[in-house]
Design a protein around this ligand. Structure first.
Ligand code: HEM
Length: 245
C-alpha cells in the first residue's frame, strides 16, 4: 500500500538545479565526443585536421563543463543548506548516520531526507571528486595537445626552439619546436591522459549507477527525486531526518 504524502519541502535551490542539468548535458556531450576520439579510426576519421577538430570541440564543451563545476564548488560554500559541502561530504558522525539509514532500509522503513540521504552524500562526494579530476586533467591536456588556455601558452613556450615565437607553434606539428623539450612535454602529458581516460570510464559507471539508484529509490521510497531536480521540491511521507539538524 502506498504511504500518504505528508508534506512538500524545498530541497534544491535554483543554482543547484541549473548546475545539475548543465552538468548532465555537458558530461553526456563530452562522453560522446570522447568516444568519437577513441574510436575515430573505426569511424573512418583519419585526417589530422579532423582529429584536431574533434579535440577542439571536446575542449570547448569542456570549458562550459569546468565553468559550471567551478560555480557549483563555490556555491557549496555559500548556497542553500542542502547544497552545502558540509552537509554533503561525509564528516563527523557520518558512519552512525549511514548505518542507521541502512538499518532503516533493512527494516523496510527507510528514513527520509530533504537533502541527500547518507548513501546519496557518499555518491555525490565521489562524483564531484571524479568531475574535478576530469576538469584538471582535461585542462592540462587541452594545453599540451592543442595549446589552449589556461596552460597552452606556457606549454608552447616550454617547447619552443631558441628564437621561435611560441604563438607560431601548431598542434601536432614539430615546426619551431625543440626536439628534447617536446619529448619531455610528451612524457609529462602521458599520465594526465591515462588518468583522464580511466576516470571517464569510472564516471560512465557512476552515471549508470546514479540513474539506477535514483529511479529505484523513487519507486521504493517515493519523494519525487527526479522532479525535485526540476521543481526543487521533494514530497515526503515521513518527518525528514535532516530538517533541524
Ligand atoms: C566529465 C567530463 C569529461 C569526460 C567524460 C571526458 C572524456 C574524454 C574521453 C573519453 C577522451 C578520449 C581519450 C583518448 O582519446 O585517449 C577524452 C580526451 C580528451 N579530453 Fe576529455 N572528458 C571530459 C572533460 C574534459 C575537459 C573539461 C577538457 C578540457 C577543457 C577535456 C579535454 C580533453 C582532451 C584535450 C582530450 C585528448 C587527450 C588525449 O588525446 O588523450 N576533457 N576526454
Amino acid at each position: 500500500m502506498k504511504e500518504k504524502i505528508l508534506k512538500s519541502y524545498k530541497a534544491w535551490d535554483l543554482p543547484t538545479r541549473i548546475f545539475h542539468w548543465v552538468n548532465f548535458t555537458t558530461v553526456l556531450l563530452l562522453i560522446f565526443m570522447g568516444l568519437m576520439m577513441l574510436f575515430k579510426k573505426d569511424m573512418g576519421i583519419t585526417s589530422l585536421e579532423a582529429k584536431i577538430t574533434l579535440k577542439t570541440i571536446h575542449v570547448l564543451i569542456g570549458y562550459v563543463f569546468v565553468l559550471n563545476l567551478a560555480v557549483r564548488i563555490g556555491w557549496g560554500f555559500v548556497g542553500g543548506r542542502y547544497s552545502r559541502w558540509m552537509n554533503i561530504f561525509p564528516g563527523k558522525g557520518y558512519i552512525g548516520e549511514l548505518s542507521a539509514y541502512l538499518g532503516s532500509i533493512k527494516a523496510g522503513e527507510p528514513k527520509q531526507y530533504v537533502g541527500h540521504n547518507p548513501l546519496g552524500r557518499l555518491a555525490v562526494a565521489v562524483i564531484m571528486l571524479s568531475l574535478s579530476v576530469m576538469a584538471v586533467t582535461g585542462l592540462v591536456r587541452a594545453g599540451t595537445d592543442i595549446y589552449y588556455p589556461p596552460f597552452g601558452s606556457t606549454f608552447a613556450a616550454q617547447i619552443a626552439a631558441e628564437g621561435v615565437d611560441p604563438a607560431t607553434i601548431k598542434p601536432y606539428d614539430k615546426t619551431g619546436t625543440d626536439a628534447e623539450k617536446a619529448k619531455a612535454l610528451s612524457a609529462f602529458k602521458g599520465p594526465f591522459g591515462t588518468v583522464h581516460i580511466y576516470t571517464s570510464y569510472f564516471l560512465m559507471f557512476l552515471i549508470l549507477l546514479h540513474i539506477f539508484v535514483v529511479v529505484r529509490t523513487e519507486i521504493k521510497e517515493g519523494g519525487g527525486l527526479v522532479s525535485a531536480m526540476i521543481t526543487g521540491r521533494k514530497a515526503l511521507s515521513k518527518e525528514p531526518e535532516d530538517l533541524n539538524g
